[in-house]
Design a protein around this ligand. Structure first.
Ligand SMILES: Nc1nc2c(ncn2[C@@H]2O[C@H](COP(=O)(O)OP(=O)(O)OP(=O)(O)O)[C@@H](O)[C@H]2O)c(=O)[nH]1
Ligand SMILES: [Mg+2]
Length: 308
C-alpha cells in the first residue's frame, strides 16, 4: 500500500505540483476569478477536460476553502461505486478489452495472480490469436499466476477460444474465467464487430456471462481515452475500467473525466510492469495524489493569495 501510493503519487506529481502553485495548502479564504481560471487551466492540462474542469471549479468555488472544496468535488465524483456483478451459477467470467498496448495482458497476469492469492481457481482464454507472440506472452503470466490456460493456434477464431475457455471453466468448476482479447482501435469496424461476437459467444457458453467487461485504459492516452470508452462500451458493454501506467503519466485527470462522462467504476489501477503493481482503485488515495497536501491551518497565515 505504501509503495503503491508512492508510485501513484510520483506518477501524478506533475499535475499536483502545478495545482500546488495555484492552490497553496493553506487556509486561504478565497481565490479571484482569474486565479480560479488558472486552476481550471491546470486541471485541463492534467487531462480533466474542459467540461470536468469547469464542473469541479464551479463546485469548489462554493466552498469556503478552495483546496478543500476541490478535494470534495473530486471525491464526490467517485461516490457511488456499484458492486462487481457476480455469477449466479458457475464461474465469474471477466472479459478484458481495450486499445492496443494499453496493458490488457499484463493486467490479466496481475488479476490472475490476485484471484489465485484469494484461493480462487482461474482459467484464462488466449483470444488474442493475431500474434503468436501474444499467446506466449500470456502463457508466461498465466503460468506464474498458477492458473490454467486455454489456447488455440495462432490465427484461430477468437470467439471459438473464448467459448472453449468458458466451457472449461464450467466443466472444471473454476471460480474465475478471464478472457484476454487482442488490442484494437475503436474505429476499426471489422475488429469491433469481432469483439461483439466474442461477447455474444461467451453468453452462449454460459448464461449471463460475461459478468463484467473491464476496459483497460492507458492513463497517458489523453483525450482519446474518451472516444475509446464510448465505443467499447457501445460494442463490448464495458462495465468497469482499469487505468494503467499511472506511475508514468504525470497527469491523471483522465480518470476524473472518464468517471464523470461515463459513470463507470474504476476497479483497479496499474502503477508498474510487475505482478504486484496493481491495486484496487482508491478514490482517497487518488485524489490525495492529484492535489497538494493541506497544511494544518496556522493563525495569521498571511499570503499574497489569501485575500482578494
Ligand atoms: N509503467 C507501466 N507499464 C505498464 C503497466 N501496465 C502495462 N504496462 C506495459 O505496457 C506494455 C503493454 O502491455 P501489454 O499488457 O502487452 O498490453 P496489451 O494491452 O495486452 O497489448 P496488446 O495485446 O498488444 O493490445 C508492456 O510493456 C507492459 O509492461 C503499468 O501499469 N505501468
Ligand atoms: Mg495483449
Amino acid at each position: 500500500m505504501g509503495s503503491f501510493f508512492g508510485r501513484l503519487k510520483k506518477g501524478l506529481s506533475r499535475s499536483r505540483e502545478s495545482l500546488a502553485q495555484l492552490l497553496p495548502g493553506k487556509n486561504v479564504a478565497s481565490l479571484s476569478e482569474s486565479e480560479w481560471a488558472d486552476v481550471e487551466d491546470a486541471l485541463i492540462l492534467a487531462d480533466c477536460g474542459a467540461e470536468t474542469a469547469l464542473d469541479l471549479v464551479g463546485k469548489a468555488k462554493k466552498s469556503r476553502e478552495p483546496l478543500l472544496g476541490l478535494k470534495s468535488a473530486m471525491l464526490a465524483m467517485f461516490a457511488a461505486v456499484p458492486a462487481v456483478n457476480q455469477a449466479k451459477e458457475g464461474p465469474f467470467v471477466l472479459l478484458v478489452v481495450g486499445v492496443n498496448g494499453t496493458g490488457k495482458t499484463t493486467t490479466i497476469g496481475k488479476l490472475a495472480t490476485m484471484f489465485r492469492n484469494e484461493g480462487k481457481t482461474v482459467v484464462v482464454g488466449a483470444c488474442d490469436t493475431f500474434r503468436a507472440a501474444a499467446i506466449d506472452q500470456l502463457a508466461v503470466w498465466v503460468d506464474r499466476a498458477g492458473a490454467d490456460l486455454v489456447r488455440q493456434a495462432h490465427g484461430a477464431d477468437p470467439a471459438a477460444v473464448a467459448f472453449d475457455a468458458v466451457q472449461r471453466g464450467v466443466a472444471r468448476n473454476y471460480d474465475v474465467v478471464i478472457i484476454d482479447t487482442a488490442g484494437r482501435v475503436q474505429t476499426d469496424k471489422g475488429l469491433m464487430d469481432e469483439l461483439a461476437k466474442v461477447r455474444r459467444v461467451i453468453g452462449k457458453a454460459l448464461d449471463g456471462a460475461p459478468h463484467e467487461v473491464w476496459q483497460v485504459v492507458d492513463a497517458g492516452t489523453g483525450q482519446n481515452a474518451i472516444a475509446q470508452v464510448e465505443k467499447f462500451r457501445e460494442v463490448a458493454g464495458t462495465s468497469g475500467l482499469i487505468v494503467t501506467k499511472l506511475d508514468g503519466t504525470g497527469k491523471g485527470g483522465i480518470v476524473l473525466q472518464l468517471v464523470q462522462r461515463f459513470s463507470l467504476p474504476v476497479r483497479y489501477v496499474g502503477v508498474g510492469e510487475s505482478l504486484q503493481d496493481m491495486m484496487p482503485f482508491d478514490a482517497d488515495d487518488f485524489v490525495a495524489g492529484l492535489l497538494p497536501e493541506m497544511e494544518a491551518s496556522e493563525a495569521g497565515d498571511a499570503d499574497e493569495k489569501s485575500v482578494e
